[in-house]
Design a protein around this ligand. Structure first.
Ligand SMILES: Nc1ncnc2c1ncn2[C@@H]1O[C@H](COP(=O)(O)OP(=O)(O)OP(=O)(O)O)[C@@H](O)[C@H]1O
Length: 634
């Protein structure tokens, strides 16, 4: 037996390891003491990630194997960082941060243990694995003369851009298909150009995340013994945020670990809001016999009642925290929609003293842009806050500003982003050293080989890693260009002047020339001044705020692709007007799940905003009877 067993007496160590957390209830104790393979479905704010971290700390104390480890997988870097942070606080936990254990995202795991083997065998280098970078390059290639046949065909397609931008390899045969829709027959010249385009990008190392799963399958097909190697290395596997795992990902994990290792999966099936998986009905989470955690430590009774009323599975949500204020329904008119977020800020200032707001998040969120059409506004964030739409970066790993200002990552990750940023700059400047160099990680080596010394480059990377540069004003950008030029001059073409370098497009401000959003403030922040106090409320999509805990949250109504407003549909459920969940279409259930994620973020104050034309008198009355305040924006 290679898995480690936890026993009731082990729980005594939790006071020392995680003194801020409480695991006294039967549901959490059962999850901690479960030693077999089992799923756990837990409500928002139940502390899934911290429970998992606590369990790992207990296992770390007893882990006896020098060459076998625990595999801990999450969907997002945020969850991975939370687990890592908790483990790093003790000597025992720190052991899990190194060999033989693995902590990372499912993507990272599949790349490291499977896909890279297949790529290496084919001598394929990876420049970047990033859907946005791929999309940008693929669309630009598709519009070039070399792909004229493809271009003509695309000009007749209504979904041309998405077809090209979402090309990916499927299964071990590396079939070229698109998430954007069907492609022409394999024998056609158009399809052959589509394949050539995909291969051209493969040749320069630009991949989409999904491609890695195809290479992983290829690795398993060519080397079936990898299955044994991986599961023997990891007798215990924990997966966080399981509801967001696509079937493609789950299938590979099942092949590796099911019925071989002890696998425990944590998540909340009602928070599944990542759509676009055509095989999502095959997903198995949560399996029959799963454990449950039904109490939330994040919010109290009133928010719990609202959240439970729209929970698609209809399972209970119990709020265990203190109940602070009544929820508010904020009704606006089409003519004053641009005041909604500001009004929410005023409501927050009225309810909380300055101290209570310090270091606590106040956020406004809305579903992703969905349906268009001639309907009263309130369709997406752009209707409430026009600057928001314009501020969305079109690309991530291909944008110097994003790379150099990546705030969330660890220092090591920041250095990787900075190296890539420097490589992009050298490429833009057509520096000889950047020719044929696809991966920022090899930049230092390439410079050393070429120049014999890379001290200047090293200094620049260190400086940018430790102090993220500002891009706000033209002066900031000129200063960055000047610093980079000073350190990189020896690598640039002899004729390149500092002025030419500073004029490179990647130092330009993407928002330059556009109307300023709010008196020069960032386009995703609303600054509210009320009662001689100031409050900042940041804005985002619900998906971008998943996993967050706020003091106060505003959920703005939105219009789905199915041409239904989410809150118009949900408010009668929240008001308890006896609506039936079984009558909701899959698209409407998706909207409900989105609201469920958004409405379950706040610890104390929940506010929903809807156009008054869409909320009838009966619903308003029923909500008021349940203790909701109705605030009509004048
Ligand atoms: N066992 C616990 N004891 C006390 N407080 C806890 C416990 N678990 C979580 N909390 C607190 O509850 C809040 C929500 O926790 P957390 O964000 O980890 O929940 P979650 O299950 O990941 O939520 P979601 O699914 O909504 O992302 C946090 O403020 C956290 O500190």
């Amino acid at each position: 037996m290679t898995a480690v067993l936890l026993e009731p007496q082990d729980l005594g160590h939790l006071v020392q390891f995680v003194p801020d957390l409480c695991f006294d209830d039967a549901e959490r104790q059962a999850a901690l003491l479960e030693n077999g393979s089992r799923d756990f479905n837990a409500v928002p704010g139940s502390g899934k990630t911290s429970l998992l971290a606590a369990k790992l700390l207990l296992l770390a104390m007893k882990w006896p194997h020098p060459h076998k480890g625990i595999c801990i997988l999450s969907h997002t870097n945020v969850a991975r960082e939370e687990i890592t942070r908790r483990l790093a606080q003790s000597v025992e936990g720190s052991r899990l941060l190194a060999y033989p254990h693995f902590i990372g995202t499912i993507h990272g795991f599949v790349n490291q243990f499977l896909a890279m083997a297949a790529l290496r065998q084919r001598e394929l280098k990876v420049d970047v694995i990033d859907d946005a970078v791929f999309a940008k390059r693929a669309w630009s290639l598709a519009n070039s003369n070399r792909y004229a046949t493809l271009r003509v065909w695309l000009s007749k397609q209504h979904n041309a851009e998405v077809l090209v931008n979402k090309l990916f390899y499927k299964s071990a045969t590396l079939d070229v298909v698109s998430e954007g829709g069907g492609l022409p027959g394999a024998h056609t010249a158009t399809y052959k150009q589509m394949v050539a385009l995909k291969k051209e990008l493969t040749g320069v190392g630009i991949f989409r995340h999904r491609d890695m799963f195809a290479y992983a399958e290829l690795a398993l097909a060519e080397h079936p013994h990898l299955l044994d190697v991986v599961h023997r290395r990891f007798p215990m596997v924990f997966i966080d945020e399981m509801q967001d795992t696509s079937w493609e990902q789950e299938e590979i994990l099942n092949r590796l670990f099911e019925n071989r290792s002890t696998v425990q999966r944590f998540g909340d099936v009602d928070q599944k809001i990542i759509s676009g998986d055509p095989e999502s009905d095959k997903a198995t989470f949560p399996r029959t016999g799963h454990g449950t955690i039904s109490t939330s430590k994040r919010f109290g009774k009133r928010i719990a009642e609202a959240v439970a009323s729209i929970r698609v599975s209809q399972q209970p949500v119990v709020g265990e925290a203190d109940d602070a204020c009544s929820p508010v329904l904020l009704l606006y008119k089409t003519t004053n929609i641009n005041r909604v977020v500001y009004r929410f800020g005023e409501l927050v200032v009225d309810r909380f003293a300055e101290d209570a707001l310090t270091n606590r998040a106040v956020r406004a969120m809305c579903a992703r842009r969905g349906g268009e059409g001639k309907v009263d506004p309130g369709r997406h964030m752009g209707d409430y806050w026009p600057a928001f739409e314009r501020a969305q970066p079109s690309s991530t790993k291909d944008d110097l500003q994003v790379l150099l200002q990546w705030q969330r990552a660890t220092l090591a990750e920041r250095a990787t982003e900075v190296r890539r940023g420097v490589l992009l700059t050298l490429r833009a400047a057509k520096a000889p050293v950047a020719d044929e160099l696809h991966d920022g990680r090899y930049l230092l080596r390439a410079v050393k080989e070429q120049q014999g010394d890379a001290t200047q480059l090293q200094q620049l990377i260190r400086e940018l890693t430790l102090t993220p540069p500002s891009f706000v004003s033209p002066d900031d950008r000129a200063a960055l260009a000047s610093t980079m030029y000073a350190h990189l001059a020896c690598l640039l073409r002899a004729e390149m002047t500092a002025e030419e370098f500073a004029a490179l497009k990647l130092f330009a401000n993407p928002l330059m020339g556009e109307e300023k959003p709010t008196e020069g403030g960032p386009p995703t922040v609303c600054t509210v001044v009320h009662s001689d106090r100031e409050l900042e409320c940041s804005l985002g999509t619900v998906a971008s705020m998943k996993g967050e805990t706020h003091l106060a949250s505003l959920v703005l109504e939105s219009y789905g692709k199915n041409r239904r407003f989410d809150l118009q549909m949900a408010l009668p459920f929240i008001a308890g007007l006896g609506k039936n969940f079984n009558k909701l279409t899959p698209a409407q259930q998706g909207q409900m799940r989105n609201l469920y994620v958004g409405m379950s973020r706040p610890t104390q104050f929940l506010c929903l905003a809807a156009n008054e034309s869409r909320v009838d008198a009966q619903t308003r009355l029923a909500l008021a009877k349940k203790g909701w305040e109705i605030d009509v924006l004048s």
